[in-house]
Every structure is written in structure tokens, then in C-alpha cells.
Design a protein around this ligand. Structure first.
Ligand SMILES: Cc1cc2nc3c(=O)[nH]c(=O)nc-3n(C[C@H](O)[C@H](O)[C@H](O)COP(=O)(O)OP(=O)(O)OC[C@H]3O[C@@H](n4cnc5c(N)ncnc54)[C@H](O)[C@@H]3O)c2cc1C
Length: 432
């Protein structure tokens, strides 16, 4: 056993994975979680027989290690699915990704997209595009940008795209070859593009089974323990319902802006770096409904401005066991931020109306359950300050024995797999 005191802040996937990997090395640690359940964003809730995740949460694996680990944790409770993802644009449903499936669009729009794409692909860039908007235009041409990439990404990120960099794009936006774009101009392109072409999901119950499986193998996970103050001079922390805790090292998966509120002292130059962090928020409405709905489809993107949500997904098509017999369950995702606020008193009826007007809900689909997740920290904005601010913050934390970990703890665009790997990385930094 190590005689150092290691404390992990947060029992989302990153914190649980850090604890699991430390336990594997026989290093003792404590996990403090503010909520009554583990899982963070990767949690599920049961309401009137419906199991709702906190928004859509599907597992994608790039890495054999994580797939094996998740299989070990969930045993037979894991199934692999081929994505069935769609785009609703100009009232037409076409297969995702847009750039490789121009076939369904009105002919003049499809031709504009293809010609501009070919023009862009014949003008190689001498240097990396300066911002995300330039990257989109250079990668896909002005047609695909105008008809999908710009409206969709502005709706999703909620900020002008020229304020963002493209440091995050490689893993998340598929860039088909010209031959694939041409193929998709003539007919539906079934080639599996991108990181999410397949996904994994529990056979029974929701995604929250994964953190619960981690928790079962861990000792020393304390729930309902909100960390309220961290004294860097005394290496002490204060958490609800706990005596004062002395620590040698903290692994923090709390969102950085929340951490900034509780650590003392915080030098002015570091505080100003925390102030540079930007993010969007996600208003997630889950609906339990009567009857069948969008059978076989997993999710649909909505790039148009007038529609509240940017994406809608179908829980009942991830697993047979998460809705009562004869019912369906939908999640709708609305992005907002200081830049682009939403009216929270009006957003629920607006979402339901839009689901009807887009043909997602039919007359037979009576809504019987609503479940809201207002996710304050949704997607982190990579802007021109991002690299400098996150590097300065993480160096400062490290000098003070705090390892930044996880999607919001280390402020990176991470999937669940990435969060698990980041927990492993953080555990690896601790020596016995
Ligand atoms: C809308 C949305 C959809 C997503 N969909 C997918 C998807 O389909 N597939 C995928 O792979 N990834 C998806 N992700 C990403 C995925 O959710 C994250 O990468 C992963 O869950 C992050 O885990 P984490 O442990 O880093 O953070 P979190 O899950 O945020 O965990 C942090 C934990 O810290 C706790 N905490 C915070 N403050 C305190 C405090 N003061 N004291 C104690 N505890 C505290 C929180 O309660 C939480 O449990 C999605 C993310 C969002 C926002």
C-alpha cells in the first residue's frame, strides 16, 4: 500500500477509472462524489418503467484496451450496433454524413455542394486553416458549408465558427475522399464513415450500468460528498459530511470553472486563465411516449435554425429492455450559452411542437413521461485562448499536487472511452 493520501474528486467515468486503475496497483485512494449516484454524465434514471440516460450516451471504441475493460466490467451485458444516423434538411431525410450523401437533396443544391467540394479538393492548402470556419470551407467547399456544416455547427457550438480553432476536428468530423462524395451524389452511401460508425450499448438497462459496474469493484467511493473548499497551502480539503481531509495528491475531474471557485489561494494570473474558458450547455429533454416511433433509426441531426434541437435520438432502438412494452423513448438536445440563450419556460412546448412538425412524433405518440437534464457544461469551445489557458491552469494545478483529469477536469473534447483512458493516465502518474 502507498502511504500517500490520494483523493479523487468526482465519480464520473474518469474518476472511477482512476480509482479502478489505482486499486489495480494496490494504491489506496478515496473518491468523493457530490451526487447520490456515481456516473456523472454517464448515468441513467428509471421513471415509470422508462430508463433514460442523461442525453444520448453511446460507447465508441478506438482502443482495444478500453473495449476489453468495458467487456470485463459489463460481462454479457453489451451489444454492438451499426449506426443508423440521418439528417433532416429541407424537410428531407438523408443518411449521415451529409458530405457523403448528397443524393437526397434537391438537385440544384446537390450539384452546388458537389461542384464546390470538387473545387475545394483541387485547391490544396499551403498552411493549416486559421479557424474552424476556414477549415470547413477548405475541407468541404462552400456548398456543403452553406447547406449543412455552417448552420449545423453554429447551432451546436452557439458561437461564430471563426472564433473557434480546428484543433478538435480530426477525431470527430469525417472527411470522405472525392470518390466517396461523388458516389454519394448518385445514391445512398452506406460506407461507414467516422468514429461513430458502430457503437456499443448495454443489452439490458441504460448506459448507467457501466459506472455501476466500476463502483461494484471499488472500495472507498463516498457519495453525497460535495467538495466545498481546497486549501493549497495546508493541502487540506473540505467536503460535505466529512471531517477535514489532508491530501498528498488530488485527481480532480470536477469542471475547471467549479474548481476555480473552491481553491485557495488562486493567483490573479491563473484566475484570468480560468476566466478565458468557454463552453456551451445542453438542454436535454427525454420523452417517454406511447406507440412505435422511428423504428430502426438511432439518431437524426437537424441543422435548420427554426427547429429548437440539433439532434434527436431514440433510446428504444439501442436496447429492447429500456422502455415498457409498446412504448418508445426519445431524447432531444438543444444547445445554448451566454451567446445564444434559450427561454427555459418555453423550450419544452417548443421541442414537442418541433418534434411533431418534423414528423418525429405522430398523432399516435402520446407523451406520457418527461425527464429534463439541463447540462451546464456541455461541449468545450476550442478558441484562440484555449491552448494557452488550459496549459497554464494544468501546470498551476500540477505544481500544487492536483492532477487534472476527465472531460471537464482537464477541459478536453472527450468521449466516454477517452474519459476512461484519462483516468488510467492520471492513475499512472501516481507512484507507490
Ligand atoms: C450532451 C452530451 C452527450 C454525450 N454523448 C456521448 C456519447 O454518446 N458517447 C461518448 O462516448 N461520450 C459522450 N459524451 C461525453 C461523455 O459524457 C464524457 O466524456 C464522460 O462522461 C466524462 O466523464 P468525466 O468523469 O470526465 O466527467 P463527468 O461525467 O462530468 O464526472 C464528473 C463528476 O464530478 C462530480 N463533481 C462535480 N463537482 C463536484 C464536487 N464539488 N465535489 C464532488 N464531486 C463533484 C460530478 O457530480 C460528476 O459525477 C457526451 C457528453 C455530453 C455533454
Amino acid at each position: 500500500m502507498s502511504n500517500k493520501k490520494i483523493v479523487i474528486l468526482g465519480a464520473g467515468l474518469a474518476g472511477l477509472s482512476a480509482a479502478w486503475h489505482l486499486q489495480k496497483k494496490a494504491i489506496e485512494c478515496f473518491v468523493l462524489e457530490k451526487e447520490p449516484v456515481v456516473g456523472g454524465l454517464c448515468r441513467s434514471r428509471q421513471i415509470k418503467g422508462f430508463i433514460f440516460d442523461c442525453d444520448g450516451h453511446l460507447l465508441h471504441f478506438r482502443n482495444k484496451y478500453t473495449l476489453q475493460l468495458v467487456k470485463k466490467l459489463l460481462k454479457d451485458n453489451l451489444a454492438c450496433h451499426q449506426r443508423s444516423a440521418w439528417i433532416n434538411n429541407y424537410g428531407i431525410l438523408s443518411r449521415y454524413p451529409f458530405q457523403a450523401n448528397l443524393y437526397a437533396l434537391p438537385r440544384p443544391i446537390a450539384e452546388e455542394c458537389l461542384l464546390e467540394f470538387l473545387k475545394a479538393s483541387q485547391s490544396p492548402q499551403s498552411k493549416a486553416p486559421a479557424d474552424f470556419l476556414k477549415w470547413v470551407n477548405a475541407s468541404f467547399g462552400k456548398g456543403i458549408s452553406r447547406h449543412f456544416m455552417v448552420p449545423y455547427n453554429e447551432k451546436f457550438w452557439t458561437v461564430p465558427l471563426n472564433e473557434m480553432t480546428c484543433a478538435w476536428t480530426d477525431n470527430f468530423i469525417p472527411r470522405p475522399k472525392p470518390s466517396e462524395v461523388i458516389k454519394g451524389f448518385f445514391a445512398e452511401n452506406k460506407h461507414r464513415f467516422g468514429y461513430n460508425a458502430t457503437f456499443w450499448y448495454p443489452r439490458r438497462s441504460g448506459i448507467g450500468q457501466l459506472p455501476l459496474a466500476f463502483e461494484k469493484q471499488l472500495s472507498n467511493v463516498f457519495k453525497n460528498c460535495r467538495v466545498k473548499a481546497i486549501d493549497l497551502k495546508k493541502n487540506e480539503l473540505y467536503a460535505e459530511g466529512m471531517p477535514k481531509i489532508k491530501f498528498d495528491t488530488l485527481i480532480s475531474t470536477m469542471p475547471l470553472p467549479e474548481l476555480a471557485k473552491i481553491i485557495r489561494p488562486l493567483p490573479g494570473n491563473i484566475m484570468s486563465m480560468f476566466d478565458k474558458l468557454r463552453w456551451n450547455s445542453i438542454f436535454n429533454l427525454n420523452l417517454g411516449i406511447d406507440g412505435a416511433c422511428q423504428e430502426g433509426r438511432h439518431w437524426v441531426y437537424f441543422p435548420r435554425k427554426g427547429i429548437a434541437f440539433f439532434r434527436v435520438g431514440f433510446f428504444h432502438n439501442f436496447s429492447d429492455n429500456i422502455v415498457p412494452c409498446g412504448k418508445s423513448a426519445i431524447y432531444a438536445e438543444v444547445a445554448y450559452s451566454r451567446n445564444k440563450p434559450i427561454n427555459k419556460n418555453r423550450i419544452i412546448p417548443k421541442i414537442i411542437n418541433d418534434l411533431k412538425s418534423c414528423g418525429i412524433l405522430s398523432r399516435k405518440n402520446r407523451v406520457s413521461v418527461l425527464d429534463v437534464n439541463d447540462i451546464k457544461y456541455g461541449y468545450l469551445i476550442y478558441d484562440k485562448y484555449y491552448l494557452r489557458a488550459t496549459a497554464a491552469i494544468k501546470n498551476f494545478l500540477l505544481r500544487n499536487n492536483i492532477i487534472a483529469c476527465g472531460r471537464y477536469g482537464s477541459w478536453q473534447y472527450m468521449s466516454m472511452e477517452d474519459a476512461i483512458l484519462d483516468g488510467k493516465r492520471a492513475a499512472g502518474k501516481i507512484k507507490r
